[in-house]
Design a protein around this ligand. Structure first.
Ligand SMILES: Nc1ncnc2c1ncn2[C@@H]1O[C@H](COP(=O)(O)OP(=O)(O)OP(=O)(O)O)[C@@H](O)[C@H]1O
Ligand SMILES: [Mg+2]
Length: 498
């Protein structure tokens, strides 16, 4: 199809070009013919400018009863016509009326010649190209020569010589036509051939590159995603090629993003269903046992079972809650309700809340309380969520004897909050990935627990942290070393009215 399209385009351009050249050629021939004709006419007039004056001088027309002696004129005019058949001689009175004339074969059709051009001619002594009436062809202007006839300083008429008689015109037309046609024809053929050759070659080169572009585009469409157009020309085609290549890069990277998102989504479904299934089956199992042994189990055991059930429901609640929160954050349904609050108080609160769980794991939480920390401007409950998630992680990924530090620092217009632990740390390769949604390394051997309540998560905690800070125009920083510990930090703006 593309070959057809470009085949057609090429021939269309070629035909247009040919037509254009033929038109230009015709215009050229026409203009040349017209110019040559004018050249001949002007030359003819200049050469014969004095002709009428000669006639007047030679003949010396005599004045008889206020009229020119027509008989004496007749003779000389006849002999002139015989020598030079290209002229027609007229005798005019002072008003331009034709008194006598020598024009063979045909009668004249005008009785009078316009005197305007005659006067102009006499005034400029024939040095300017002026055309006048042709008495044999009304409406047609011809080159002429004219001279006044004076009798004792009295103007009695004019001799008016049409320099291109009909016979002259026919002969000249023939010759001009013949010569011009030959000259024009030759020039046109040479110009046409050369221009056509160059034009066709140029268009062939352009369409060849276009063809290459089409081929690349088609290959890309057919699934060869690494296909790119070689950028070699300049101008519009280069822009086209570069733009296509950029577009192709964009498409490929978008496809990769979609693929990654898709695999993450699949992973989520697997993770979520696994994470939901575990506490659900725990609840199911213990409820079933309790029902079966309702009479035989001790109240001590009942309490233990109920506690396990409670923890499992808590886990379910957290999971569903996290998923819901993250999807709302990602859909921009949550906007921070910013207010001024003391971050140090919040830090203390969060430390206090996690103290017990930490102690159970033999971990120490050390809140570094700095007195000079100003109020910050942020959404207190969302920031609490951030600290909670960071604290949960620090506890979850630290082992016996670990220390968790939570500190605040004043940095001019910002307050930095930092949660440091001495836990298992994160490898360099994993650092950029931990904030991704559903990215969780918690399934690793050492953390897999077989108890009633799983310690592992689905990997939403840090994704939520990142999103919350994002809507506060803040970013989270992480430094970590495997087996040494991690430090998560972020900055919040100081409340300006403070
Ligand atoms: N303080 C930390 N020390 C070591 N590894 C960490 C720490 N915090 C996060 N990680 C790693 O980053 C991963 C992602 O953390 P995130 O909080 O997003 O998910 P999670 O804790 O596994 O699950 P969830 O928070 O949804 O319950 C964790 O699985 C863990 O491997
Ligand atoms: Mg977490």
């Amino acid at each position: 199809m593309s070959r057809n399209f470009f085949g057609n385009l090429y021939w269309k351009i070629a035909a247009t070009l040919l037509l254009l050249f033929v038109l230009v050629g015709c215009a050229y021939v026409f203009i040349t013919a017209d110019t040559v004709q004018k050249y001949f006419q002007e030359k003819n007039q200049r050469l014969n400018a004095d002709l009428a004056a000669h006639v007047v001088q030679e003949v010396k027309p005599t004045y008889q009863q206020g009229k020119v002696d027509e008989a004496s004129m007749d003779k000389i005019m006849h002999s002139m016509m015989a020598i030079n058949p290209s002229i027609e001689v007229y005798l005019l009175d002072v008003d331009g009326n034709i008194l006598n004339y020598v024009a063979p074969y045909k009668k004249i059709k005008l009785d009078k010649v316009a005197l305007g051009p005659v006067h102009d001619f006499i005034e400029t002594k024939g040095q300017q190209f002026i055309k006048g009436d042709d008495p044999r062809n009304p409406g047609v202007l011809k080159e002429f020569s004219a001279a006044p006839i004076n009798e004792e300083d009295q103007l009695i008429g004019y001799v008016y010589v049409v320099l291109a008689s009909e016979e002259y015109d026919i002969a000249a037309q023939d010759l001009i036509g013949n010569y011009i046609m030959r000259l024009g024809g030759k020039t046109m053929i040479i110009t046409l051939l050369t221009a056509l050759l160059i034009g066709l070659l140029a268009f062939w080169l352009i369409t060849r590159y276009l063809n290459q572009i089409i081929k690349s585009v088609k290959r890309f469409k057919d699934g060869y995603l690494d296909e790119r157009i070689p950028v070699k020309s300049s101008g519009e085609l280069k822009t086209l090629a570069v733009t296509f290549n950029e577009m192709a890069e964009e498409i490929v990277s978008s496809m990769e993003k979609i693929k990654t998102a898709e695999s993450l989504r699949r992973e989520l479904v697997a993770n979520v269903s696994h994470d939901l299934r575990t506490p659900l089956s725990v609840i199911h199992g213990y409820v079933e046992t309790m029902l079966m042994k309702v009479e035989s189990i001790s109240s001590e055991q009942q309490k233990q079972y109920l506690e396990i059930i409670l923890k499992s429901t808590e886990r379910l609640k957290k999971l569903v809650g996290d998923l819901f929160e993250l999807s709302r954050l990602e859909a921009h349904e949550i906007t921070p309700k910013k207010e001024a609050f003391f971050i140090t108080e919040l830090v203390q609160d969060v430390s206090q809340k996690h103290k017990l769980i930490a102690e159970n794991k033999n971990l120490t939480i050390v809140p570094v309380l700095n007195n000079n920390i100003p109020m910050v401007h942020a959404d207190i409950s969302l920031i609490e969520r951030v600290l909670q998630n960071l604290m949960e992680n620090a506890i979850k990924f630290s082992s016996d004897g670990g220390i968790i530090t939570i500190e605040t620092h004043n940095h001019g217009n910002n307050v930095e909050v930092k949660v440091t632990d001495t836990g298992r740390g994160i490898s360099e390769d994993d650092i950029p990935l931990v904030f991704d949604r559903y990215y969780s390394l918690s399934a690793s051997k050492d953390l897999k627990d077989h108890g009633s309540v799983s310690k592992s998560g689905v990997g939403l905690g840090l994704a939520i942290v990142k999103k919350i800070l994002e809507i506060h125009n803040a970013t989270i920083h992480l430094t970590s070393k495997l087996d040494k510990g991690s430090a998560f930090s972020f900055r919040l703006p100081v409340h300006q009215g403070y």
